[in-house]
Design a protein around this ligand. Structure first.
Ligand SMILES: Cc1cc2nc3c(=O)[nH]c(=O)nc-3n(C[C@H](O)[C@H](O)[C@H](O)COP(=O)(O)OP(=O)(O)OC[C@H]3O[C@@H](n4cnc5c(N)ncnc54)[C@H](O)[C@@H]3O)c2cc1C
Ligand code: FES
Ligand code: FES
Length: 489
């Protein structure tokens, strides 16, 4: 038992003992003299609690990423640099360039959201010194402000490098690296407090062993789902096993598909942010979807493995993974098996995972030449919103232009993310024409009977599910949209 959580804060090493492992970083900060970081929603939505974590990269540099402190458990920052708004200005009071830009551009009014924006801007400053407007919007989409109307904050983002391209954190990098090295650990971190235990192993074998030994433990990757179980549902989680410190699980293997089907093997600790550049190269349509999951803070922590294991019927990655024919590499105490995703879910939030078993990797076939793939998420807002309906399609045509195979994946229309098997069967052998697609659309009613909830009505969902199929047809052919009569009978 290492017994303590150790991290670097404000230029010094902090060691915390006996804390409840489900204490959030936000709670800890506010109780320990750092009230700058605010609580707005306590569920990862508003960005008021944004802090920046710094990790040592293998090349001895520091990688900065903005995260939501309200859903991050304190032991998850062991070995990391934690920066809050109190750290930005220098000791003599000189503001950081992002703070100066916020002042000069009038980016703050009541000020409640400002520390969160400042930290999101700080992370952007350290990841992109010349951000275009898309990058700025992306970096700030997870921060809400009720006062400014955002324009002045966007102006601040555009102006933050006006005075130069280096800040005091760049100048002090060697010192920060040395501090981080001083808190680096080799073996499993294990801490306990308030009758709860937290483990962060460093190897897959140790992780699988711990998970099998503590089969009632909660596995935690990014905690962007699990965090809310504590902050919103008040659940007591007696044992947590954190997998994001297993370096092997941050790997993405790419096979080129010369001899076999090309595929990506995505380790369970790979965050969406880490995954995006690979997806942009290999499966750009999926990258587009992943760039719409939550906002930067969520994508900096959340994982594909967590999305799939959580098994929400409105999880965004599963429809695409189902259509692509993905499978999961599972590990139970060192014994491995592979399960196709379309056989993984048995009912609402019920999966094939046995107690003590974990998802080690998500295996994603890359569409072959000639196959067409697309996926769309329909939600009320572009960013930081949950799908009403999500759909994905993978199409293979034969030489005569008929459907040789269609694989689909739908979310938001059933208790589990699922393929539309009746629809797939109805289209196989049909010509890939607007008429055949329109004729097949009603078959979706055999596959799914969606429900009404706060996000959408049953009728809306059923209609959107069908229209997304037509959208896919139009996308693959570049054809004009058919008349409503033709599409809906
Ligand atoms: C503000 C906000 C916005 C969000 N927006 C979206 C969105 O747009 N689309 C979307 O789909 N989701 C969204 N989510 C949900 C969440 O971010 C995703 O489901 C994410 O992929 C979860 O990954 P994680 O690593 O944080 O999982 P965690 O919270 O760590 O874990 C989730 C579940 O999976 C289990 N688990 C995690 N890893 C493994 C593993 N390797 N093996 C077995 N079990 C495991 C955990 O025990 C838990 O049951 C959002 C969440 C927040 C807070
Ligand atoms: S308090 Fe709203 S995102 Fe954390
Ligand atoms: S300045 Fe008031 S909430 Fe943003």
């Amino acid at each position: 038992m290492t017994g303590s959580v150790r991290f670097v804060l404000g230029g010094r090493v902090v060691e915390v003992r006996d804390a409840d492992p489900t204490t959030t970083v936000l709670q800890w900060l506010r109780a320990h003299g750092r009230p700058g970081t605010k609580e707005g929603c306590a569920e990862g939505d508003c960005g008021a609690c944004t802090v920046v974590l710094g990790d040592l990269t293998p090349n001895g540099k520091i990688r900065y990423r903005a995260v939501n402190a309200c859903i991050l458990f304190l032991p998850m920052i062991d070995g990391k640099l934690l920066l809050t708004v109190e750290d930005l200005a220098s000791e003599d009071g000189e503001l950081h360039p992002v703070q100066k830009a916020m002042v000069v551009k009038h980016g703050s009014q009541c000020g409640f959201c400002t520390p969160g924006f400042a930290m999101a801007l700080f992370a952007l400053y350290h990841n992109d010194r010349n951000p275009d407007d898309d990058a700025i919007h992306d970096a700030l989409a997870g921060n809400l402000c009720r006062c400014t109307g955002y324009r002045p904050i966007l102006d601040a983002a555009r102006a933050m490098t006006a005075e130069g391209n280096e800040d005091r954190f760049d100048r002090a990098e060697a010192g920060i690296v040395a501090l981080l090295e001083s808190v680096r650990r080799e073996g499993t971190v294990s801490v306990s407090g308030a009758g709860k235990a937290f483990y962060a192993p460093r190897t897959v074998d140790e992780l699988a062993k711990l998970a099998a030994e503590h089969s009632d433990a909660t596995l935690v990757a990014g905690a962007t789902d699990v965090g809310l179980w504590v902050t919103k549902q008040g659940r007591r989680l007696p044992t947590l096993i954190h997998l994001a410190e297993v370096a092997e699980l941050h790997r993405i293997e790419e096979s080129d598909g010369q001899l076999e089907i090309g595929r990506l093997e995505v380790g369970a600790a790979v965050t969406y942010t880490e995954l995006l550049p690979v997806l942009q190269r290999r499966i750009p349509e999926l990258a587009e979807l992943v760039s719409r999951i939550g906002a930067a803070q969520v994508r900096n922590s959340g994982t594909l493995g967590g999305n799939v294991a959580n098994g929400s019927p409105i999880g965004d990655s599963m429809p695409a993974l189902l259509a692509l024919g993905a499978s999961l590499a599972l590990n139970h105490g060192g014994t491995r098996r592979e399960v196709p995703l379309d056989r993984f879910y048995h009912g609402y939030r019920k999966s094939d995972l046995k107690p003590g078993e974990l998802v080690e990797r998500v295996l994603i076939p890359i569409p072959k030449d000639g196959q067409r793939f697309a996926t769309w998420k329909v939600s009320k807002r572009r960013d930081q919103d949950i799908s009403a309906v999500c759909a994905a399609f993978l199409l293979t045509l034969d030489e005569g232009g008929k459907v040789a195979e269609l694989r689909t994946g739908y979310g938001g229309v059933a208790a589990i993310p699922a393929r539309a098997k009746a629809l797939e069967a109805a289209l196989v052998g049909q010509p890939w024409t607007a008429e055949a697609v329109a004729a097949a659309m009603p078959v979706l009613d055999q596959d799914f009977q969606p429900i009404t909830d706060m996000r959408a009505s049953d009728r809306y969902r059923a209609l959107v599910a069908k229209n997304l199929l037509m959208r896919f047809y139009l996308h693959t052919t570049g054809a004009e949209a058919p008349s409503l009569e033709a599409a809906h009978g």
